[in-house]
Design a protein around this ligand. Structure first.
Ligand SMILES: *[C@@H]1O[C@H](CO)[C@@H](O)[C@H](O)[C@H]1NC(C)=O
Ligand SMILES: *[C@@H]1O[C@H](CO)[C@@H](O)[C@H](O)[C@H]1NC(C)=O
Ligand SMILES: *[C@@H]1O[C@H](CO)[C@@H](O)[C@H](O)[C@H]1NC(C)=O
Ligand SMILES: *[C@@H]1O[C@H](CO)[C@@H](O)[C@H](O)[C@H]1NC(C)=O
Ligand SMILES: *[C@@H]1O[C@H](CO)[C@@H](O)[C@H](O)[C@H]1NC(C)=O
Length: 405
């Protein structure tokens, strides 16, 4: 059977039937019916009113709904290259692309190996696209290499990256992966010891691997495909020149410290519906209490880290500055959207995690339309997907493309 056809079949069940809910001026939707012809009071669903509308009458509501009608500025973008960075919220972002692509039967670059990616976007590490088709979305873990990417992705692909403040990234990395070369250092402050005597702790078979050392502290720069020589000499001219090249090649570089703003900018760039960019925080791992007390991340550690992480800091500073400039020049409507998005996403998260009693016995939650989204419903199916890791989603997709039916 043709692989694309198989994919299509497999995901028919996943497609959210948003089209059913096309009416703007309802309050309550009966969730037990599959048709939208029955409108009645039912505590299982909740209508989410945008703004303070407690005193509105029906006329006002209709008027508002009309004014907030969804405006789509162009065709939605279906070709995306997203570069995953460990511990930079990229599981959360990849989840957005996976949900979007699965709903639309788009073709993903599916990694062959277990790690959810590979060193290059080639057939050695990724399953090739179905015959006569190209990838639509690459959101696995791959080191950025523009030539390689443009060989397998359409020429109208949007390139999206993410950066995070380097020291908090380092902190999160250590707290998540508990690397042995840090944790095994005896004493009260293994992190400080590790940062002050890295040469000692990173010795391999008796010699100091300088390259390994530079890589260790410039994790983002590796993923962004910085040329190897930049890990060796700190030539600012060359570093700035590579940053300018990245800036030219990336359509947007998201900043974790301005996450919702970044996501909304991305929505506008992609001409997507606001529903498509909803996320719930995933991949948050609790600290092991015993270990945590030994791991300290103070100003002394930060200063040492900054010295060693010169590429990551250069990268972060560059794109943080750029983000701030972009945000400075947004119309007021942008900030309205960010506020609306945040509110919507918090409601979604509360529903998905059932963190408030309001949502405990509900099967779905209904959201009104706005300038930025059509009315939509979040149901159990949505929240099963929203927390799913990319690795598991990839595996499911691979099973479905390679299964005999
Ligand atoms: C609804 O409220 C508006 C003003 O808030 C008012 O002009 C209108 O007459 C009201 N309609 C009804 C049916 O009460
Ligand atoms: C794939 O493309 C080739 C030539 O471009 C064509 O001959 C062939 O019929 C196509 N196959 C399918 C399954 O569309
Ligand atoms: C992009 O690819 C399409 C289809 O392969 C092709 O028709 C078009 O000329 C290309 N555009 C550019 C600018 O290369
Ligand atoms: C840095 O690189 C530039 C461009 O390759 C070169 O002209 C310059 O001499 C280098 N500076 C140092 C200090 O090596
Ligand atoms: C994929 O298929 C393998 C072998 O059939 C199975 O062991 C595995 O559980 C499946 N994984 C998923 C995520 O469906």
């Amino acid at each position: 059977m043709h692989v694309a056809k198989c994919l299509r079949w497999c995901f028919v069940g996943l497609c959210v039937s948003v089209a059913l809910y096309g009416l703007m001026d309802y309050d309550i939707f009966n969730s037990s019916k599959t048709t939208n012809s029955v409108w009645q009071s039912n505590q299982d669903v909740l209508s989410y009113q945008h703004g303070d509308s407690s005193n509105e009458n029906d006329t006002d509501r209709k008027l508002h709904a009309y004014q907030r009608q969804y405006i789509q500025k162009g065709d939605p973008v279906n070709h995306i290259a997203f570069l995953k960075i460990h511990k930079a919220a990229s599981t959360t972002i990849a989840n957005i692309f996976l949900r979007y692509g699965i709903e639309r039967n788009l073709v993903f670059a599916l990694p062959r190996g277990k790690g959810g990616g590979g060193p290059s976007l080639t057939s050695r590490y990724f399953f090739p696209p179905p015959r006569n088709e190209t990838y639509d979305i690459s959101c696995g873990h791959v080191r950025y290499n523009r030539d390689e990417f443009s060989r397998v992705l359409p020429n109208d692909t949007m390139y999206i990256e993410v950066v995070r403040e380097p020291f908090s990234l380092f902190q999160s990395f250590i707290n998540c992966f508990y690397p042995k070369n840090v944790l095994d250092i005896p004493g009260n402050n293994p992190v400080l010891d590790y940062l002050s005597h890295t040469e000692h702790h990173i010795k391999y078979q008796g010699y100091i691997d300088l390259q390994q050392m530079a890589h260790e502290f410039n994790m983002m720069a590796i993923e962004f495909g910085f040329p190897e020589e930049l890990f060796w000499d700190r030539n600012q001219t060359k570093i700035q020149s590579y940053l300018r090249k990245l800036d030219k090649e990336m359509n947007i570089v998201l900043v974790v410290e301005y996450f919702d703003e970044s996501i909304v900018l991305m929505r506008r760039l992609l001409n997507w519906d606001l529903k498509d960019i909803l996320y719930c925080k995933t991949h948050v791992r609790g600290y092991k209490r015993k270990t945590k007390s030994r791991l300290q991340f103070g100003s002394k550690e930060e200063k040492l880290y900054k010295e060693r992480s010169y590429l990551d800091y250069a990268l972060y500073d560059f794109f943080l500055h750029k983000m701030k400039e972009i945000l400075k020049h947004q119309p007021p409507d942008f900030y309205e959207e960010v506020a609306y998005f945040r509110k919507t996403r918090i409601k979604t998260e509360q529903f998905c995690k059932s963190t408030t009693t309001d949502y405990q016995n509900m099967n779905e939650v209904l959201f009104e339309g706005s300038k930025w989204n059509k009315p939509f419903v979040i149901n159990k199916r949505f929240y099963e997907h929203v927390f799913e890791s990319a690795a598991l989603t990839f595996k499911t997709l691979i099973n479905k493309t390679t299964s005999p039916n």
